[in-house]
Design a protein around this ligand. Sequence first.
Ligand SMILES: CC(C)(C)c1cc(CCc2ccccn2)cc(-c2ccc(S(=O)(=O)CCO)cc2)c1
Length: 238
Amino acid sequence: APAHPLWPEIERVTLEQLQYARLGVEGGVWQLFAEDGEMKMYKREEEVDGLAVDPLKAVHTVKGVTGREMTHYFFSPDVRFEWETTLEQMKVLETIADDTLIILQIHKRVWPASQRDALFWSHVRRVPNDTDRDAQDIWIACNHSTEHHEAPSNEGKMVRVALTVCLVCQTSIEPPADGRPVTRDHLTCKITYCSVVNPGGWVPTSALRAVYKREYPKFLKRFTQYVKDRCDKQPILF
Ligand SMILES: CC(C)(C)c1cc(CCc2ccccn2)cc(-c2ccc(S(=O)(=O)CCO)cc2)c1
């Protein structure tokens, strides 16, 4: 593993997020707040210092792509502006490895909140499937807030959100009966997207919850459709 001071934290948080995502939405603590076809979005209403920091968990099933492809496009900074509509600026501050970056994102201002930025490490990895031998490996992309000397402290201009986000994908292949080659029609990708975002400065709780309700379903639908379109007619990346 690369010798970088953040590496132990990256390893720990990524594996913790994998377990958290795999817990599913049992236990009755998760409230279903949005549904669209295969996509189901759940939240828990929690406040930290009077700020709504509602953990979010979304599950979705997408045909025709693999978990490697889904997490690759989520991780890749080069394509982020193509699906992340709330972005104004983005800078890769450090490339720790080809699967690990430190990114500064400045988001568009969303009324009535003040403008926000996010500084986080971003990591993507394949996790061998230790339970089910003939299943595909699991892929996880994880974003977690961090510090960095190159990130401006904003001197009160901008509010910094604190986030932990993961996208966990499990691919399954329905092999064609007659031994013909596997095509995208035989692929199904089961996605779990988890996010906990502390909005930083104060935002009216009702306004923030309205933003969650509006933005998150839009984001996941747009992102997964983007990946399907990108992968269509391309060779499959397992
Ligand atoms: C709404 C709230 C949850 C507080 C929120 C506010 C803002 C700051 C900008 C913003 C957006 C929308 C509304 C208000 N402010 C950003 C984010 C956010 C950032 C990053 C990611 S990601 O999954 O890492 C994909 C890469 O961008 C997801 C969500 C969330």
